[in-house]
Write a protein that binds this ligand. Structure first.
Ligand SMILES: *Cc1c(COP(=O)(O)O)cnc(C)c1O
Length: 347
């Protein structure tokens, strides 16, 4: 059994880093009556003349209440992509350390690894798009710092077997990142309530998918208070702007609207699946735990072009590992899905 030691895996320069001290760090109570002449802001009032709260306290407090996770175990980023990038910067030594990804999966893990000069060990998913546990465990080296598990996985749409995920968390002394971007569409439970059982677990979620706010760029990282404090230390001080914080608060308060949209999307997923079975050139519709469907067609490049010519843009995934001739359809509104179906029938 391996033991996780945060101190061992944190980069030396990060440990010794003195974080940027922002003007307002010691005066977080923005609404008080003090005169603020400390940050070189323009004094004339507008909605946005002041720097935003660097720790996004209001958004975190509401999230904490809704998800049952303490504020000090939450990190917010400019999209979950920023949270993922911070993990590389905190724990992966450039040109020395490596990470493991499980293709076909979300492309940003590899882009961020390349950007940070960290090498990627790829262990392909099985035929049924599940992690190959023994191959992953064999691939771990003393310099393996992060293991990315995207569940539900993009672009395959399925969730990983929870016993497999558990085995990986228990057999790796680096950080396991479970990317739960699509968790709100899943029949599987989130790993959030397991956070305190595993000191090496980081869970990322996003406002971009179910929560309908891709445009405001807000992502969430959940982990132990210790991991979160390392990430807080290195994050850009004002990484989440004020308009994003305001809008996120507003939308989070409308949980009912979001829940009913998710229900609609799940109903549409069922409906669209049954309709797609009638299309002659669709060979396989993979089971989906997300807000998209991966389908195998006879010739993905050809069908992709035909769809574009008729004004429908889908994602061609034919060049992804194990996804030959696969297209990815995002679930749209009922009207949009009907258009997709009639267009496919027309083709
Ligand atoms: C869409 C997506 C994200 C979201 O990234 P943001 O930067 O939060 O918009 C993260 N992970 C996966 C697997 C995704 O598909």
């Amino acid at each position: 059994m391996h033991t996780f030691n945060l101190n061992h895996i944190t980069r030396k320069n990060v440990k010794s880093l003195k974080p940027y001290a922002s003007a307002r760090d010691d005066f977080k109570d923005f609404n008080n009556t003090m005169l603020f002449l400390d940050a070189n802001e323009n004094p004339f009032k507008s909605e946005v003349n002041r720097y935003p709260d660097p720790y996004q306290s209001k958004v975190k407090q509401l999230l904490s209440l809704q998800r049952g996770i303490p504020v000090n175990q939450i990190l917010l980023g400019n999209g979950s992509d920023e949270v993922l990038d911070l993990l590389f910067r905190a724990f992966c030594e450039p040109n020395i350390d490596n990470v493991i990804t499980l293709p076909p999966t979300y492309g940003m893990y590899e882009v961020l690894a390349n950007l940070n000069a960290v090498s990627v060990t790829k262990i392909n998913l099985s035929k049924h798009f599940q992690p190959n546990i023994s191959a992953i465990i064999n691939a771990i080296t003393p310099n393996t710092k992060l293991l990315f598990l995207c569940s539900p996985n993009n672009p395959t749409a399925n969730s990983f077997d929870s016993l497999k995920i558990e085995k990986l968390i228990k057999n790796f002394n680096g950080i396991v990142v479970i990317d739960e971007a699509y968790i709100d569409f899943s029949s599987q439970k989130s790993w959030l309530n397991q956070l305190n059982n595993y000191p090496n677990l980081v869970i990322t979620q996003t406002f971009s998918k179910a929560y309908g706010m891709a445009g405001i760029r807000l992502g969430i990282g959940y982990a132990s208070a210790e991991i979160i404090s390392v990430l807080n230390k290195i994050k850009p001080p004002y990484n989440v702007n004020q308009l994003t914080q305001q809008r996120a608060l507003y939308q989070l308060k409308q949980e009912d609207v979001i829940k009913s949209q998710i229900d609609d999307i799940l109903n549409e997923r069922k409906h669209l699946t049954s309709q797609l079975h009638q299309i002659s050139f669709i060979e396989t519709i993979y089971p989906s735990d997300a807000n998209f469907l991966l389908v195998k067609v006879d010739d993905a490049n050809k069908r992709y072009k035909q769809l574009i010519d008729l004004g429908v843009v889908v994602r061609n995934r034919t060049n992804q590992e194990g996804c030959k001739n696969c297209l990815r359809f995002t679930i749209g509104t009922p009207t949009e899905n009907n258009t997709l179906i009639t267009t496919l029938k027309q083709i």
